[in-house]
Design a protein around this ligand. Structure first.
Ligand code: SF4
Ligand code: SF4
Ligand code: FES
Length: 907
């Protein structure tokens, strides 16, 4: 620790940080622009000037930049010094020379760091009367808006986009005062993390284009803590609502999970909540393929209750529904009749991933731990597409080894320019082994593209090379052997080696191989970590709950054991062959579906109960690490919408299940869940209960400046309506309530006096960049015995043999398009690719095929005509199929298939 003096007061701070970081951590205010805790200091804006004194006798001192000055023992500074204050005021005056002062029409207005800093420095009057510099703005695609005239040249955007997130299509251009931040020419921003520009730019240059379609000021947004539902990482978010419409998603800081950032799928995928496909009323269908008609909730409930009162009811749960909703379904149908709602392969992969996480060699790392790894092997997963923020963490991890070099030169980590000069483009070891090229390949030490089977063999070989007790792999090509040797050397030399894998390429062998590598490293005494991705927001939660696969559910109906099927938030056509789903739905006497958005399954249901989305429900999701996290409704739903668990509770009550009457709120469901399944016992510790109060008050979802409350519904009733009551949480749907800092799981927004922008977050952290006060939200449900001696996993696959004329079909995932809900957002849909088949250049040449030419692909009974996309990184004999895209249908991959060249057929 270092003792420093600030304005005659002594403080103890952690040594090695810079003075700005230290002062902000102490709760003191120093204005700043170019510094950001995630991207460090460059000393560019000169806004954070303070006066530094040599010792007690130094009365003159000198101006230094707080962000560039280490907080060493004995340092004496003044923030309040007159020279420092005047300097800071003049800095903001010159930064504002060209600023258009268009705050009233700027989307950033009211939550702008530049506004805050202008007020903080006391720059109140504009003296400059000359002509302002103006720029032409760029069209950057459907997600991010550009208004360059507002720029103050802090360089944060380019440092985040290029240096932190690895984007290449965005830069700084120009000379003198004509400094321009954008792309070389108009075009969609290529980085999957482009939306973070909205939060990292301290002014209104980059704003949320989706918010612009239905704009609302920050002070008019009702907000609540939430969790992203678009992949299995569980990034923390803050959705904002106004007039019953979800307006935007902002980052909710969690130092262990997403830190300061979100991916674009998570930030912009929210618009499905407002979509025309939403189900706002219960529906009933008198004939299976007939038209559905809207029905009152109670009537629909009675119809559904009559169906489930019959014997032979099964429930199909969902990895995109909350724990509470899945548990309510399990309670309705009984544990033996509950199915997890996954295809056979997904179910096996998910069970295996859980097994490895539980009994595996090490505790799954959080994203912040991933970023600290100094040698990484990615085995079989295209993480940029399946778990984007994990890819961002891996991009940071390749900086670990070079950072050690910089530390050896006494350059602190926060000195971004110093570090960059010292290490240039150097990167630490990252090996990516995948079925085709991935975006991480550009920062990889070496890549290898192979079939899932070959990837698994390579993985098993690495484990065996690390520890001879691991299952051996016979017959390896020399180049594979050489790669194994290199990877083993890198993992062994690292202080914190990391293996990343998942079910993305559909192979259990790949998962087993990854687990064995981590175990072999552990056996050698290395502190290895293993991070496995999970595909959906509650995949891990459903795996913990148990239940059979969809195949078993289909069998139960086919055998006549089940007559009624209750489907929870699950489009079965995305998980199984259409023929099998059709057969299931045809064989069942009654099909009841609870979902929030119409899909192929709701289109066949007898009764559809209209559920709330994440924005209209409370619940708990378990991320890939086994971290349970709570989300809260940000708005009360429109129409006759209820949370899924409430529909199920009401259904049970309607069938006379009196014990369920105790389920008055979500806390009761959680208690029942914890009692029924011990693994969920910590669920009560994830967040405070519904009766929790701060100074006797609920926590207000609306800020104190929320406007229009008395006028919003004046067209309906001149009397101000009573705010809706929230039975499930300590949050209120009102501006009345506690406006200070609640426990971290309940923080509905970051806002502090004088800090209206996202940077108010500084006031919520124990230390800048560290955990939120009182600890980050979330509770791990799975703790491993890291010293346990679980055996190596068997199952080294044999070398693959492909029958003549057949190709290996492998899944290709797309951040925009493969996920069911986000693709319903117009901005994301615009970025989603059209269905295609990926083909290697050699195979394309061999079959005389050109880019865009249509071919027919068949796999069993599945058949599609698709345009060819030549993928230079795809190995010969392999076809990549973009899974999950709308209209693509379900296909169990990897599998063997055939390609027919339509042009040749025509000849
Ligand atoms: S665009 Fe924003 S982040 Fe980039 S330099 Fe200008 S003010 Fe800074
Ligand atoms: S990485 Fe996954 S959880 Fe995080 S914001 Fe993106 S889609 Fe959401
Ligand atoms: S924040 Fe210190 S110079 Fe910009």
């Amino acid at each position: 620790m270092a003792r420093i003096t600030i304005d005659e007061r002594e403080y103890e701070v952690r040594e090695g940080q810079n003075l700005l970081h230290a002062a902000l951590s102490l709760g003191l205010d120093i204005p700043y622009f170019c510094w950001h805790p995630a991207i460090g200091s460059v000393g560019a804006c000169r806004q954070c000037a303070v006066k530094q004194f040599r010792d007690d006798n130094d009365t003159r001192g000198k101006l230094v930049m707080a962000c560039m000055t280490p907080a060493l023992d004995g340092v004496r500074i003044s923030i309040d010094d007159q020279d420092a204050r005047e300097f800071r005021e003049s800095v903001i005056e010159w930064l504002m020379i060209n600023h258009p002062h268009d705050c009233p029409i700027c989307d950033e207005g009211g939550e702008c760091h530049l506004q805050d800093m202008t007020v903080m420095t006391g720059h109140a009057y504009r003296r400059y009367g000359g002509k302002k510099r103006t720029f032409r703005n760029q069209e950057l695609g459907p997600l991010v808006n550009h208004e360059m005239n507002r720029c103050i040249q802090c360089y944060r955007c380019v440092r985040f986009y290029r240096d932190y997130a690895g984007g290449r299509d965005f830069d700084v251009f120009g000379i003198h005062s004509q400094v321009y931040f954008g792309r070389q020419k108009d075009g969609v921003l290529e980085s999957e993390f482009s939306g973070n520009l909205v939060e990292i730019c301290p002014t209104g240059v980059f704003t949320d284009k989706t918010l612009k379609q239905h704009y609302s000021r920050k002070w008019d947004l009702q907000t609540a803590p939430s969790i992203c539902v678009h992949c299995g990482l569980g990034c923390n978010t803050i959705p904002g609502e106004r007039y019953g419409m979800l307006r935007r998603i902002y980052n909710r800081y969690n130092s262990e999970v997403n830190g300061y950032f979100l991916c674009d799928r998570g930030r912009f995928g929210y618009e499905f909540v407002n979509g025309s496909g939403r189900l706002r009323r219960a529906l009933v269908r008198r004939a299976r393929d007939g038209e559905a008609t809207a029905l009152g909730s109670e009537e629909a409930l009675n119809l559904a209750a009559a169906a489930v009162s019959n014997s032979g009811v099964i429930g199909i749960g969902s990895p995109r529904a909350s724990l509470e909703a899945n548990f309510a379904l399990r309670t309705l149908v009984g544990a033996d009749n509950f199915y997890a709602g996954l295809s056979e392969r997904q179910h096996r992969l998910s069970t295996l991933a859980l097994d490895i996480t539980r009994n595996g060699p090490c505790r799954p790392p959080s994203l912040s731990e991933v970023a600290r790894a100094d040698a990484v092997l990615v085995l079989g997963e295209d993480v940029t597409q399946t778990a984007p923020m994990l890819a961002l963490a891996l991009r940071r991890s390749v900086r670990r080894a070079p950072l050690k070099k910089a530390a050896g030169l006494s350059i602190p980590e926060w000195d971004a320019a110093g570090v960059r000069n010292a290490v240039q483009q150097e990167k630490g070891p990252l090996y990516v082994i995948s079925p085709a090229g991935t975006k991480l390949d550009e920062v990889a030490t070496q890549t290898c593209h192979a079939s899932p089977r070959e990837i698994a063999r390579l993985g098993f070989a690495i484990a065996h090379a690390l520890d001879v007790k691991a299952p051996p792999v016979t017959v390896l090509f020399d180049h594979v052997r050489a790669l194994v040797t290199k990877i083993v050397a890198a993992l062994e030399a690292a202080d914190q080696p990391l293996i990343v894998s998942g079910g993305g390429c559909g192979s259990e062998e790949v998962l087993r191989a990854a687990a064995n590598i981590a175990r072999a490293l552990r056996h050698k005494g290395r502190p290895a970590c293993l991070s496995l991705t999970t595909p959906e927001c509650n995949s891990m939660g459903v795996a913990l709950m148990g239940g059979g696969s969809l195949t078993a559910a289909f069998e139960a109906v086919k055998s006549g054991q089940a007559k009624t099927v209750v489907v929870l938030e699950n489009d079965l056509y995305r998980r199984a062959e259409a023929k099998s789903v059709d057969a299931l739905l045809a064989a069942a006497e009654h099909v009841i579906v609870i979902d929030h958005t119409g899909n192929a399954t709701t289109a066949k249901a007898d009764v559809v109960l209209s559920a709330g989305t994440f924005a209209e429900s409370d619940g708990t999701l378990v991320n890939n690490e086994g971290r349970a996290q709570r989300f809260y409704k940000v708005m009360t739903p429109d129409g006759e919408v209820r949370e899924s668990w409430r529909w199920l509770r009401d259904l049970m009550l309607a069938t006379g299940r009196s014990e369920i009457a105790e389920w008055t709120n979500i806390d009761d469901v959680q208690s029942a869940l914890a009692a029924a399944l011990p693994v969920f016992q910590p669920i009560g510790e994830v967040a405070p209960p519904a009766d929790f109060r701060m100074t006797g008050l609920r926590i207000a979802r609306q800020p104190t400046r929320y406007s229009g409350r008395t006028a919003m519904s004046a067209d309906v009733n001149l009397h101000e309506p009573q705010p809706p009551e929230d039975l499930d949480s300590p949050l209120s749907f009102s501006m009345e309530g506690y406006q200070g800092q609640p426990p971290s799981p309940l923080v509905p927004r970051f806002w502090a006096s004088g800090w209206n922008s996202v940077q108010a977050l500084n006031k919520y952290q124990e230390e800048i960049g560290g955990p939120l006060r009182g600890g980050d939200p979330g509770k791990r449900l799975i703790e491993q015995d890291e010293n346990g001696e679980a055996p190596y996993l068997p199952g080294v696959p044999r070398e693959g043999e492909r029958p003549m004329g057949y190709y290996l079909l492998v899944p290709a995932h797309h951040i925009f398009g493969s996920e069911e809900l986000s693709v319903l957002a117009p901005g994301i849909a615009q970025l989603a690719p059209q269905p295609y088949v990926g083909l290697s250049p050699d195979d394309a040449r061999g079959s005389s095929l050109e880019e865009g030419q249509e071919v027919e692909i068949t796999c069993g009974e599945w058949s599609r005509r698709l345009p060819v996309k030549i993928v230079s990184t795809l190995p010969g004999g392999t076809l990549a199929l973009p899974v999950g895209l709308a209209g693509f249908g379900w296909l169990d991959l990897p599998a063997l298939g055939e390609l027919r060249n339509s042009r040749e057929d025509a000849r």
